[in-house]
Ligand binder design. Sequence first.
Ligand code: FAQ
Length: 311
Amino acid sequence: TEQELSAVFEQTIAADQRIEPRDWMPEAYRRTLIRQIAQHAHSEIIGMQPEGNWILRAPSLRRKAILLAKVQDEAGHGMYLYAAAETLGVDRAELTEKLIANKQKYSSIFNYPTLSYADVGVIGWLVDGAAICNQVPLCRCSYGPYARAMIRICKEESFHQRQGYELLLAMVNGTEAQREMVQESTNRFWWPSLMMFGPPDGDSPNTRQSMAWRIKRHTNDELRQRFVDMTVPQSEALGVTLPDPDLRWNEERGHYDFGEPDWDEFKAVISGSGPCNAQRLAHRRRAHENGAWVREAARAYAEKQTAKRTG
Ligand code: FAQ
């Protein structure tokens, strides 16, 4: 009976074991995972655009090769994640349709422009740094296919983060103009990076249930704090200032205190009116339409192969 199945599900979660695709699961658990994994996959794919903007303009062959490899990794992450979502009974094509119809979200961070080459380094440092903080606990997510995908993705993300930090180290040891570029970029990306963790716990409708199901292991605010604590010493090593006058070490708490992100800006960005939302979606839509002939050719090829085998 449904009650017995539900009890087995609850026991599996309580014992910290994994739910696998063929196991019974509550519909709401399935829906939550599809929502989160699809949003995560879309973020990887849309996230190729801001950095992709600099591939043709990278300052040397070495920097171009590094950036190209990184952006390709993001495509790979998107593919793993769509594959993980497909184990829940949805289709990648359907998820892509929802993205380009603006019916599923992707991370707010990718709606900001990349205005200077320093942004490539700062995205690696802050955006990949925040992504790692958020995703390492997801390696222990209760849903097996998502947890396993996260292990490989996190390894690659750590590499991306180092890549960004190394680029910034080169720039801060360069000319005064290069140091200024790094500072200016940090000023633009700091607050949007903090917003990647989602709304404050009091305004996060999904956290409670997702923690009970052990999809999420920490709240949005806990992970945001962890990111700040990790990043401040890195900013000191780089010699850049984080643009928050309220940022200071709190001896009593054993954490850094920090200011409040502009949540009105966050709401505007996730509801479609950030600086680049329209551009990002239009680009994705165009790429999808331009790829129609590839999908058509693949289908025709598959049909011929089937005909050969069965004919
Ligand atoms: N942007 O109740 P909560 C990357 C939505 S890293 C947009 O707290 P939840 C790597 C949320 O969906 C970025 N929307 O929700 C990379 C919900 O709306 P809904 C991707 C956001 O799910 C680096 C509503 O607000 N990483 O791509 C955001 O419990 C460089 C209420 O929020 C992931 O997706 C936001 N920042 O917690 C790639 C990680 N925050 O769906 C390329 C997996 C919240 O009800 C270049 N996801 N919302 O309409 C998660 O960990 C969670 O989904 C959270 C949100 C923590 C993002």
